[in-house]
Design a binder for this molecule. Structure first.
Ligand code: TMP
Length: 206
């Protein structure tokens, strides 16, 4: 099987990070080489940029989007591309769909600039499969607050998070071949089972 980039997307409290770990462990147990990583971050330079992004508020939306793509380019060049070239699966917690949701739909940066930055930093590279974990905003935020790790983006209000959710849903509708929508309001084990079923089906795994 050719190497594959699988990304997870979702709003706050969607259980995305848990499912990223679950799928990476399942692939490893199935005998595949797999790298688990996240954005913003995933390489030394990109983790430094993550500190800038999550550590302060008040970025201009285009500047913030450029920082996300700078981090992503570092992550791609230093971590993702070498792992794919070495034959590993790469399972990544968030990717460029998050930038379209958060910086364009959420913060009002121009979509054209997202397209330009994407082309400049990644060319035509894209995930082979994206699992979008969909959850109603209020339920997701309640879960995120309950686990006590609310970050700057978690505190931006219901309207903001509703725009994020609608952006992910419309991205999935526009690219049904790449992006699968999973109902993340279900119990964890059911979501995990759906993750494996979709990965198997879409990647043509036994
Ligand atoms: P996390 O919650 O998955 O750790 O991600 C950290 C925050 O970064 C999350 O609230 C969403 C935000 N984010 C963006 O705003 N744009 C992006 O491109 C990415 C990757 C994350």
């Amino acid at each position: 099987m050719s190497p594959r980039l699988i990304t997870f997307e979702g709003g706050e409290g969607s259980g995305k990070t848990t499912q990223v770990k679950f799928l990476a462990a399942w692939l490893a147990e199935s005998g595949y080489s797999v790298l688990r990583t996240r954005e913003p971050g995933g390489s030394a330079g990109a983790e430094a940029i993550r500190g800038l992004l999550l550590g302060r508020s008040g970025w201009d939306p285009v500047a913030e989007m450029a920082l996300h793509f700078a981090a992503r380019r570092e992550h791609w060049a230093k971590t993702i591309a070498p792992s794919l070239a070495a034959g590993s699966f790469v399972v990544c917690d968030r990717f460029f769909d998050s930038t379209l949701a958060y910086q364009v739909a959420g913060q009002g940066a121009p979509r054209r600039t997202w397209e330009q930055l994407r082309a400049a930093t990644l060319g035509t590279a894209a995930p082979d499969l994206t699992l979008y974990l969909d959850i109603p905003v209020e339920l997701g935020l309640a879960r995120a607050m309950a686990r006590g790790d609310a970050n700057r983006y978690d505190r931006l209000g219901l309207d903001f998070h509703e725009r994020i959710r609608q952006s992910f849903l419309s991205q999935a509708a526009a690219e049904p071949g790449r992006i699968a929508v999973l109902d993340a309001s279900r119990p964890l084990a059911e979501v995990s089972a759906a993750v494996i079923a979709v990965a198997r089906g879409r990647l043509g795994m036994p």
